[in-house]
Design a protein around this ligand. Structure first.
Ligand code: MN
Length: 388
């Protein structure tokens, strides 16, 4: 992708300028980031999604059975009829996995790695509705999709910031406002992690939140070491061969720490395993149960494609690829495959194309490794045959 072209989505900044000056640093309001934006999802359709078992949804009612009452979906059909006229919000996660037009929107964010994108949450709010002043640990682009929302931003927060006593929601006890805007459809607000913000609906309004994933340092350490440990035999232990007599047997000496540090460095520095773990971790699907594979053998697969069948990415699948010294690695929905270097263009195609078919697969259908890979991805469920 070109990084030095001014982007309407970024208010005329180039991707390079945005990443240098704003990303992870400071907020940016972009008027008409997507001119004449019309939400591909209606409020009714959003409410419909919140009834579905596999969809993660929440309702926040400011003056409910308790202040800022949180209810979790799936909801019953009559749940929305009984709500007050104002001051409530419905939030639906990962709408991009269920509405292709919302997934399409994510292509505009291709100046960022796709594996950093988490999901598009869509919220509908009645007038006055919001989830209270809070901060998130993730970057977010807030695209106004319908109606108007007033956004207030405040201070940078951290784990010491005081929160209201609330069992489910993290609402800030103090909010020091620094700026305020009313967003119209097509306007977008970028917020870096940990910036206090507070959105309230001016009228019936819908907002799309493009959220990002970034593992915490604690997650990196615990998950990577768990992953590493699978490959370490029980015999490999702290070892002090060649040690010298100790002056005081009760003292832990410096050389013990040095031995431990060497043990850690040897394994933590394994780049291949670090990459494998990271790629698997970052492509783990939010809803693994929606990645169901299809049994298909190599010949059936080839025949189907040659007869015009089309493969599409499972909307719940996540994919990324990387280069290693012995070839390539494809990460697909939490799994990794080591592949020969000559499959690079195929990996790029699989990760990027909307659809795979005889035309764009072309020569790859004659490549045994390539065909096997496609077939395996269908069996795993990351790719699926499009419905006729
Ligand atoms: Mn937020």
């Amino acid at each position: 992708m070109t990084t030095d072209v001014p982007l309407q989505l970024l208010g005329g900044l180039t991707a390079r300028e945005f990443l240098r000056d704003y990303w992870q640093k400071k907020p940016l309001l972009i008027r008409q980031a997507i001119p004449d934006f019309e939400s591909p999802v209606s409020p009714d359709e959003l409410a419909g999604l919140a009834l579905e078992e596999e969809v993660e949804s929440r309702l926040v009612i400011e003056h409910g059975e308790r202040p800022w009452e949180l209810r979790r979906g799936p909801f019953a059909e009559d749940a929305f009829g009984q709500l007050p006229e104002h001051d409530w919000t419905l939030l639906v996660q990962a709408v991009d996995q269920f509405v292709p037009e919302v997934a399409e929107l994510l292509k505009q964010f291709n100046f960022l790695p796709s594996w950093r994108i988490d999901d598009v949450m869509v919220s509908f709010a009645a007038p006055g509705g919001g989830v209270g002043p809070h901060y998130d640990n993730y970057d977010v682009f807030l695209l106004q999709a319908h109606g108007q929302r007033r956004w207030r931003i405040g201070q940078m927060c951290d784990a010491d910031s005081a929160l209201l006593e609330h069992s489910d929601l993290r609402i800030l006890a103090d909010f020091a406002q620094t700026d305020e805007w009313v967003l119209e459809p097509g306007d977008m607000l970028y917020l870096p992690p940990r910036l206090a913000h507070f959105g309230t609906a001016e009228d019936d309004c819908m907002t799309y939140s493009v959220g990002f994933r970034a593992p915490s340092a604690a997650e990196v350490l615990t998950h990577f070491t768990d992953f590493l440990a699978q490959f370490l035999p029980d015999e490999e232990r702290y070892s002090d061969a060649g040690t010298t007599p100790t002056a005081d047997p009760h003292q832990i000496q410096r050389d013990a720490l040095d031995r431990l540090k060497a043990l850690l460095a040897e394994h933590m520095g394994d780049e291949r395993l670090l990459l494998t773990w990271f790629g698997q971790f970052m492509t783990e699907p939010r809803y693994p149960e929606l990645i169901a594979g299809t049994e298909v053998d190599d010949d059936e697969f080839l025949a189907a494609i040659e007869q015009g069948a089309v493969l599409v990415r499972n909307p719940s699948a996540r994919m990324a690829w990387s280069e290693v010294d012995v070839g390539l690695v494809l990460f697909a929905s939490g799994q990794s495959r080591l592949l020969p270097a000559n499959l690079k263009d195929l990996l790029r195609l699989i990760c990027a194309a909307d659809a795979l078919h005889a035309d764009n697969l072309g020569q790859w259908l004659a490549d045994e490794e390539g065909r096997k890979l496609l077939c395996e991805l269908v069996k795993q469920g990351s790719l699926e045959f499009a419905d006729e």
